[in-house]
Structures are given as structure tokens and as C-alpha cells.
Design a protein around this ligand. Sequence first.
Ligand SMILES: C[S@@+](CC[C@H](N)C(=O)[O-])C[C@H]1O[C@@H](n2cnc3c(N)ncnc32)[C@H](O)[C@@H]1O
Length: 503
Amino acid sequence: MSNKNREELRGLGQFWTPAWIAKVMVAYFLDGKQKELFDPAVGAGAFYVALKELDKKRQIKFYGTDIDQGVIKEAFNHKIFDNKSVVEMRDFIKEPPMKTFPAIIANPPYIRHHRLSTDTKKLLKQISYKYTGCDIDGRAGIHIYFLIQSLGLLENGGKLSFIMPSDTCEGVFAKKLWSWIGNNYCIEKVVTFESEATPFPNIDTNAIIFFISKNPRQSVFEWIRVKKESDQLLNYLLNKNCDFSDLEIIKRDTEEALFTGMSRRPTKKSQYKYRLSDFAKVIRGIASGANDYFFITRQKAEELGIPSKYFKLALGRTRDVEGNIITANDLKKLEEKGRPTLLLSLDNQRKEDLPKSLRDYIEIGEKNNLQHKALISTRNPWYKMEKRESPKFLFAYLGRRNARFVMNQADVIPLTSFLCVYPLSDDEKYINKLWQILNNPKTINNLKLVGKSYGSGAVKVEPKSLANLPIPEEVIMQAGIEPIYAKEQQKTLQKTLFEFAYY
Ligand SMILES: C[S@@+](CC[C@H](N)C(=O)[O-])C[C@H]1O[C@@H](n2cnc3c(N)ncnc32)[C@H](O)[C@@H]1O
């Protein structure tokens, strides 16, 4: 396992659970009632090691499966597994066990959807239908299906402990997933971590532990935030009476948590009256389908001899904008640095009607088979580019703690590293005030209520979720600005609570 490179590890989703976390997760099953514990993604046996240490009387039998024979063998060589355990090489997705279990534990493989084959994706769809009765958005990674299938294999009254990335609660599929879980299972405890206490310091992900049982839903559950790595969490779960100052323990309303997302802190009823969609529209930047080809430097455009009217000024990387404003002068500087700033923006003109320089360039694209690339092949002709008005603000959405709204004074059109924000009024004063409101630290701080969080503190926000960004009323009042949309829709403004948490 140690000599695999990072790519191989990613392909198999092999990120081992640290001992302090494995013990915490095993502690959930030490209620004296459990006879058997199943780990569908056993790997090097982190949970079995913890079980041997904590289940002193060795009452709990262990069953594990994994697809990586090498890892299992190595664990056997290290005498990790013994006669109280059965471990087999088996694909949990393709060949799940034909029985149910009283207890299931896992750190499932974290393999993002774009690494999965079409056949695997088909199988995952079937799994989702079989257990939840609905289709989960295709962007869910394989870990989500490990959770669904494991919950499906739980006996009545059975218990499950899973450690998952926070996209489980924040991804586009989260609403459906948690509506199914919330209606059919009992969320007993959820553990989240401050970045200082992250279980996986080398991976940019926020981990969450779920303790769920197959019992009727309870109206409250315990939401625990770990501030520092220590024995306190284990002691707490083992009902020991000691110092728990490293933990924040909240009795949390299940309904609120299901709406807000369990990775996030509890939100209060009607805390926010306004959201970004009351002031502006949001659309993602342009997806060219092949930036290397369509998005080029001014120098290259000149060398190719393509007339400038076929290009639009564009911006590719968040790094290309330093502050909160981008001007024509900044674009010039980017050009001088040799950064691409021109996007080939053809419509559906016929090739033969275009100048020779462009026809030649289109042929270069065809020789490189660009017309067959996934996104490009949906366009007719293939070189037709998406269209956008240049937005007043660009939202740099995957910042390392520095998400911001950039005033677009350069009339550029952004590519997908940005979202386009179009204020609902053309009035200059309104636009300036809105820009201040959006960049107010209190507004920026709310991004975590709608975005996907990463271990490092970065937040990624999709267009729909940015439209749902709650804007504090005090910030609006200070700026003296009227929400246009809200004014038009006074009646519908009585929004349901927590509505903004989903997209
Ligand atoms: C994140 S590791 C966890 C291993 C171990 N349980 C731990 O907590 O340290 C996930 C494991 O899932 C295995 N895996 C990946 N796809 C699988 C599949 N379809 N069926 C069973 N195991 C799989 C990987 O080989 C890897 O060992």
C-alpha cells in the first residue's frame, strides 16, 4: 500500500483512517448487543485494529471486503486479521453480500464521479433506485453509493458508522439523499471537525462522521464539533465522565440539520430575509470545451492572422485578478505577461464564409479531433462558442479563503473559474452599492452556508447556490439599497426557512 502513487490511491480511494478516528467510530458499536461488524471497504483493517483494542472480550465478529488483494495480503502478513475475522476480496458495489447486518462501519473509497466508468455509473444508478426509489444526481461519487447500499443492508435496529467527505451534505445530490435517510433512519450523532483537528491533514476535504441507526427518526440528535485532536471524543462516546473542553456538543433539531446540511452549523429560523437573487442574476462563466485551443494570447491571434472581431476579451484564471476590480489596464498587463485574454467567439457561421486564416485554424482543431470532445460535440458547428453578456461582477468562486466579487471594468467575459453576476438594475449607484454589499465580510462569511467546504477552509459555490447566498439585512440597510426582486415579490418573500441551504 505504501508504494502506490497518488494517482493509484485516488483510483481506489485509499485514504486510511487514523487510529484515533477508527476507535471513535468503533465505540458506537460497544453497547454489548452487537455480535457482528461489517466493513465493506476494509483496506488495511484500521477498524479491525480498533475493534481488537476496544472490544476486550472479543464478542464482536468482523467481516470485511475490499477489491485490493495487495492491501488485504499485506494486512494478513502483518497479522492484522485473525480467527475472529473473515476478510475477502470482493467488490462491494458489484457483488454486495447477500445478507443484512446488525452493524456496518466504513471509510468508503472517495472516488469522484469523473473517474468512474460508464458501466459503473449505470450500476450506481441501479443501486440508488433499488434503495432510495429515486435517481441521485450523477455527480455523486462512489462513497455516496457505499452509504446508500450499506444503509440498505442494515437490519432493523442496526447501526452504521461512516466517515465521509462533507459533499455528502453539500453536493447537488444532498437534498434527495438526506430526505431518504431522514425519512427511513435515525440520525443519532454527527461529528464534524475544525480544520486544526481534521482527521486527514493531507487531503483537502472536510470529514464528517455519521452515526445512524435503522430506527424511527428522532426530532433531535447530537451534533459534535471537534476543536482539537485528543481522547475526549472517544471518552465522550464511551460515556466516560471527564473533561470535554475540546468538544462543542449541540443538541440539534433534525429537521433544521437536514435542511441546512449537517456539515454546517445550525442556522436560526428566519435568520435571513434576503438573498443574492433579490438583487442579481447568476450564471456560470463560459465553458469553452478546450481552453488551449479557443482561449489564446493576443500574440498568437496576431500570428494566426485572425481578425480581432472574431474574439472576445476573456479571463481564464482567478489568479489573473489580484484585487476586487479588473480594468482594461489590468488586461493589458496580462497580455504583456503572455497570458491568454482572447476567446475565439464564433457563432454558427459556415466555415466557407470565414476568412482563410480562420478556416485554417478550424482545420487545425479538426485534425486534433476537437469536434469529438464531449462538450464540443454537442455544438453545431463544433466551433460555435457559448454566449454571455459581459457581467458587471465576476465571482471568483474557488478561493482559498478569498472568494470575492470583482467589479468588471474591463468588459471581459469569464471562463468557468468565475461565475457571472448581473445586477437587476443598470443604475450605476445601485451597482456600486451592491458591489460593496457583496464584498462585505458578513456577506462573504455566509458563503459557507451555501457552498461546498474543503479541508483548507476554501469554499466552492455553484451558480444556483450563489443565487441563494443570504445577505444580512443590516448590511443592506447600511448601504441604503432596495432589493429589486424582493420589492416585486413582496408576497412570495415569506420564504420557507433554511431554503437557501440547497441548490
Ligand atoms: C478509504 S479506504 C479505507 C480503508 C480502511 N477501511 C480504513 O479505514 O483505513 C477505502 C478502501 O476501499 C477499497 N475499495 C475501493 N473500491 C471498492 C469496492 N468497489 N469494493 C470494496 N472495496 C473497495 C479500497 O481498495 C480501499 O482499501
